[in-house]
Structures are given as structure tokens and as C-alpha cells.
Design a protein around this ligand. Sequence first.
Ligand code: ZN
Length: 511
Amino acid sequence: MSLKLRRINSISCALLVCLVTIEAQAAGNYSMSQAVESISVPDIKEHVKVLASDTFEGREAGSQGGRAAGVYLGEQYRKNRLAGGAGESGYYQDFSGGYRNILGVIRGTDPKLQEEVIVLGAHYDHVGYGTAENSRGPTGYIHNGADDNASGTAALIEIAEAISNLKLNPRRTILFALWDAEEKGLWGSAHWAGSPTVPSKNIKMMINVDMIGRLRRGLLTCYGTRTCSGLRRIISEQNPSAGLKLDYTWELPDNSDHWPFVQQRIPVLMFHTGLHDEYHTPNDDLDKVNYAGARDVARLMFRVTWDLANRDQIAPFRGQALSETINKQRAAERGLPPRPGRLGVKWSDADGVVKIDQIRPGSAAQRAGLQVGDRIEQIDGHSVEGGAEFLKGVLAAPSPAEFVVRRSGAEEPTAVQVELDGKPVRLGISWRTDDADPSAIVLTRVVPGSPAAQAGLKKNDRIYQIGGESIPDARQLQADRFFRDSLLKLRVGRQGYLQTVEIDLGTTSGQ
Ligand SMILES: [Zn+2]
């Protein structure tokens, strides 16, 4: 990642389009799961070890070390039988200053989709010995850039290997792009954007990987998901475990190689595991890389790339993404304020005995004459044997409802008619829709104690399926669908992981 974005190289206007003509490579024999497993810790470690070794002197663009890294990477393309992506010059797209992008292709085989291209890119250069401008110091020492971006480069090579060894060829063409001179101001990717080797209009998606070597607490940042409608769900569907927690931030930074594509209104994604103290210092070294984390990210990226290369449709660039700031995200995620209580009491639960501790003036409880110290035994004919039942009972009861309470000093239980405030709550959720994720409803509130809360649903969870059926367009969803069955089965996305949640709505009488 570039320390700060400086002047982008003037983009050449000459649109030099060299169509890829080399035939598709022979398919391999891997199944999908074998391909996933081929992306391994030892392989990633080996690539990072080579790229971040002192021999390459920090891979500064145009330096001897940078050129040597380029030779190593071209060799990896060759091993994985990628076709050349730079026309007659094979893999290497040279540009001013002795810089070069390294381009390899796996050609799509679907006659209708093969001209469409998914670009998977990573910058392989780093800052060499560092300068006052690009190093956080001390300068004059080799900056190996193990995380930035040997990690992403290794992931790209592993993904290329996995795809080239699959039994099937992709339907769309995949262009693997290792960018040079990113650290000088995105020069490599900007050069390519100005002199593309495939027509820019054919590019359906650019996936950038920059710094994935520091996965911490499983947290992976995924930028760009709002640049194309439906991307968030596509990624979540490909994330097989809750181990990776995806932050689908609305932020769209301009300091890495996806940016020249954003400027051309091409949908982008960028995977990144975050900055750290060693970022752009001589200490960004091998021993600090989380290789298992990099493997998990690379595997996810492989699945996502494969999905995008094969699905029938990819939505166009979503321009609103450019004005959707982190502040807008925060506002959207704030959700609704808590729903006012229906009864208006504070209460405690001691060994299953629910007792009223306080009564809010003017509340339903006060109007009905409930008293501090009353122990609740029944609500609307359902016995109360603990706080969970009490909460659920108050939420679900019709109004008026009969409360049976045990009052101190009284020998018999007392029945009290209570005019509860608000409507009965059956499930306990409110939601909004999200234009960038149209097949989801997004929870804006989960009422404490409701069946939804008891099943573990949380604010900002995204529901993608109800009763096994996908939601084609959340804006058209009829609320009634939630109330048809007494056992509700939902497909819920949280932090980039999808799981099934079952909610027993029982026989409660609310709506
Ligand atoms: Zn960097």
C-alpha cells in the first residue's frame, strides 16, 4: 500500500489494445476442494520468503532487486502455464523508468462470456532502502515488505496455480496482474489503465490484494463491496467459516491499485488485513507474517474469483459507492432506538421468581395497579417461570392481558387486567433495505427478550433467506412472510459469514 498517494503518472491516451490470442491452457485435474487445499501455508511461506529476502533489496521498482523479483514471478506464471498477458512481450509490460507489470492470463472458455475479464491484481514492488517520503524509518536499511506486499503477491500466485490446475476452465477470462511501482504512486496499475492489454469495457471486476499478512483476531477488511450490487453476499457465500470476520467497510481508499479502476468506473474489491507498527519500516519481515491467515484470505479470494469468473451476470459499477462515506455507514448502522416497553417496570429474577422492583409513573403497570414487590405468575394464561418467559410474555400478550400476581401478605394470587402499551411483538425485529445488497433485509433493531433476540439475532444482521427461500428484492418483501410459520428458518449473514438460525415462534398470539 502506498504511504501516501502522490502524483499518478500521466496516463497515456493512446489506447494500445493487445488482445490476448494465446489459446487456453490445458485444464488440470483438481476438483474444487483440491484446488482450495493446494493454497497452503508452506507454499505461501516459500513465495514470501523469496520475495522478502534481502537478495531482492526491498524490491524497489526499477532497481536490480525489483527486476529480480519480476524474474521470479514470471517463472511462477510459466510454471502455472499462464498465457502471456502483454501481447508479444509475453508476461512483461514495460513502462518508463525500467518498470514492468507482470501479466498472465487464463482464458475463459464460454463463447458468450470469454471476452469479459476479471482482473486479479497485487503490487510486487516495495520501497527498497526507504526514503524520507516513503519510509516511516529508519531509512538506509532494506525494507523487505513481507506483508507489503509479498503477502498479496504470494496469494495471487497461489490463486493462479489453483485455478490453472482445476479440471474446468473459467467461463470468463482471468487476468493476473502483478503491478510494479505502486509505492511510487500507483504507477504500474495507472499505466495499465492507460494502456490496457484488454479493452477496459470488458473488465467486469478488479480484485486487488494488498497486505494480507497480518490477520489479527480473524479480521479481514474488504473494501469496495458497494461498487457493485450484490458483491457482499457473493463474498459471504464463499466464506466457509466464522473464523474470518469480514469488515465490509463503506470506505473506499485511493492508496492502492484498485483506484485507477475505480476512476474508470469498474467495480473493485480490495482485501487487506490492516496496518501495523512495522508498516513501511525495515521491520516488515518474514517472522511477523501470519501465514495461516494469509492462506485463509487467499482461499477466500480464490473462491470469490472463481465465482465471479463463472456467474451469469455481474452488476455494473455502482456510482453511489463514491459518496458512501464511513460516516454514512455509521449512521445506517446506528439503527433504531429501543422500543418503549409495553409494561413499564423494572424487575428482577431470583431463581425463576420474577418480581417487580420499580414502576414507571404513567406506565401500563401503574395504570393497572400493579405494585412493587408483586411476583408475576402468569401472563395471558402462560405461566412465568423466569425472566425469559416474562419478557416474551409481555411482548407477545394481547391487550388487555390478564396478569396473575402473588402479592405479599395476600393468601391467594391476584388477577390484574393490564392495558399494555404498543402492539404485541411476535418476532421482535425491525429492518431496512440496502441498495448495494438488494437480496437482504438489514436488522435495525432486535427487541430484547423477543424470540429474535433469544435466537441470537443482532442489530445489523442481514437476512438473505426465509424458510429456505431467497429474497429476490428486499424492497418488495411482504412482512407477512415472517409470520406464516411457527418455526422460522432464516439464513443470516454476520461479519461475512452465513449461518442458519431457527426461531421457534410457538403459539404466541401476537402479530
Ligand atoms: Zn506499501
